[in-house]
Design a protein around this ligand. Sequence first.
Ligand code: Z57
Length: 833
Amino acid sequence: MASNASESAVPAIAHPTPGDSFGVAANIVYHSQFSSRFSPFKFEVEQAFYATAASVKDALVQRWNETYKHFHEEDPKQVYYLSMEFLQGRALTNAIGNLGLSDAYAAALTKLGHDLENVREQEKDAALGNGGLGRLASCFLDSMATLDLPAWGYGLRYKYGLFKQIISSKGQEEYAEDWLEKSSPWEIVRHDVTYPVRFFGEVQVDSDGRRKWIGGEVMQALAYDIPIPGYNTKNTISLRIWEARVPAEDFDLYAFNAGKHEEAVQLQLKADQICSVLYPGDSTEDGKLLRLKQQYMLCSASLQDIFSRFKERRGAISWDEFPNKVAVQLNDTHPTLAIPELMRILMDDEGLGWDQAWNITSSTIAYTNHTVLPEALEKWSQVVMAKLLPRHMEIIAEIDKRFQVLVARTRPELESKLEALQVLDNSNPEKKLVRMAHLCVVSAHSVNGVAELHSEILKKELFSDFYSLWPEKFNNKTNGVTPRRWLRFCSPELSAIITKWLRTDKWVTNLDLLSGLREFAENKQLQEEWNAAKLANKVRFADYLLKVVGVEVNPQTLFDIQIKRIHEYKRQLLNILSVIYRYKTIKEMSPEERANTVPRTVMFGGKAFATYAQAKRIVKLVTDVGAVVNNDPNVSPHLKVVFIPNYNVTVAELAIPASELSQHISTAGMEASGTSNMKFALNGSLIIGTLDGANIEIREEIGEDNFFLFGARADDVPRLRKEREQGKFVPDPRFEEVKDFIRSKAFGDFDYEPLLEALEGDTGYGRGDYFLVGQDFPGYLDAQDKVDETYKNRAKWMKMSILSTAGSGKFSSDRTISQYANEIWQVGQCRVP
Ligand code: Z57
């Protein structure tokens, strides 16, 4: 088993190169010997992981230094992606894969008595994000590095990332997850990169009328860099995450002054709090002061860093050059404070006038919207904002004032709507608010949605009047996912087949080449190989479920998966209600009829926001249904229901390649894009879904025959909701039957009434079945019948599966990022020679 590293007959330190597994082994041994985790008596799998990661990090840091040296010399325009979330997952497989060192590391570890498969399992997910928005940011970093763009990601270094989900008999329970417990092997602390960040205080006016923000609490932001390697390129960029600190000098100063010791301790606590925890809301508004502090920490530190880089490269400063050297993309409204902060720096620190500062700010900043759900649109109290950031509140009020003047001057007919359009919402004098999305739309030069339908809804509904003012600002950038992590590395089996049939592996960086598979979609040989790869992935996932979750699933059954945050609009409830209907149906069948059904394993995974009661009830219902169905000896050979606990990036990497059918069944108009739909299609999983978000474009690309479509159209939703409220809706008897079955306590005596109640038209809240579960139920059952019928025809299913992959080329984040670079950022490639 594990060998003693000091006994290995390998030469001392060498740089890892593809052909040289001895050199790689030596490098690992070197790191193991100088690692605090290493004991000369053992070199076990955990030590092996940290030593391997340290060795890989050497290679990354070397490339990373070269990359930024090159950027510095070439001085191109750079892009800065500001995001409160980066959902990175594990890094080892990705790093060695991108470096082309997978085989070398596998061989080296074998020499050292280890197995790469086991070693990589040691790594904890970096879960500094909640869901789609955070994972998108991480896919974008991978593409920006791979496309040789001079780019940086900026985020926060939360101590606790997304909570760990444990499923007990009570349902979901949340536990803190300290991803830094054993330290992260990838980050590099940059004690040379720190900036002061101020909170509270007041605005002072100089004799010359210049305003200055002074006083308050001053903390320090300390940079940590995580290297992000591109695929097949030396370019390695950086995800820079900030940690809040009290500078040691300050602390000592206070500490030696006896009376102020307490104050020093308090400030330290406040600093620790800022980066303590990721807010775990996904599409939920969270109006907490601490969250606003986090947002400002990100914006202030990142902009200071951007300014210092801008200044460093030019002696005499021409501020109008700034937008030619800097592009800032805001990932949702979470980093909106970058707007008033940029204005403040330009005016108060650099002495520019409003108009010049405004032109620079708006040409620099671009905004991406990720949701139209009203409860997810950030609004901050003006009182809170004025207290925490007095100068920013002044600037925001001035932006609002000038916006009103502009509308009055240029579009008097909008006068009546002005209040609803303003940045400041003063409609309730007790609770005056800042509408962060309006601030973004008014200030940025680009506003984009994340799928065609979503971008249309932004123009026609959410921001329609802004669109009439500035049509040129609005654009679409359909999301994408990185084909490295989401196909090449998570399914090496399928990747090898694709490479074999396309006779090239160029598809990894040119995903459109996948369309070359179309001509072989009916080829028996390909279908057989395809089926075998999918089956291998199913077996691997079944092993995981048995080992980690303790449930037995049969890899010969249809693997049907819905994994995403639990939300009413995503309609996991629709899925489980149809499962209940299936259970009832199978239960009532004769043994002969049962033998004729398509056996299915229906799997759910996802986290519910801790205080989102309905979402948690849905989780509970799924597990309760599973307990009954899986233990029913007549039914369980034909149907199993599994809740996969603690869904995260690593679980996704196992589940997606194993999936044959995936569910993307949101109420039309509510899912901005979805990105797992792209990952599933890419992996040959067929989609059952509504005409929502990117589903529409996926269906267009892979062909409507290869997509199980059902449900109301986005255009019809408002009318259907109204009809529902007016009691005009006649429910399908099967819908009523399923609800009655739950009410009969068939799945235990947990109180499901609040869930069932919300499905009725007359809740008394005027929001009866807001998500149209009852409306879409019959169409959904029909679509599921079609799934079964199709699955019985293996050749047909395989053809559809191959065509799903073949049609996924558009959904590479390389395509998305190229569009951002060309159409929004005007940033070109800068490749390290
Ligand atoms: C989040 O993950 C998304 C939107 C939000 O407003 C917040 Br807050 C978090 C998601 C959307 O729900 C998905 O539809 C979309 O694919 C994803 O962002 C990336 O754009």
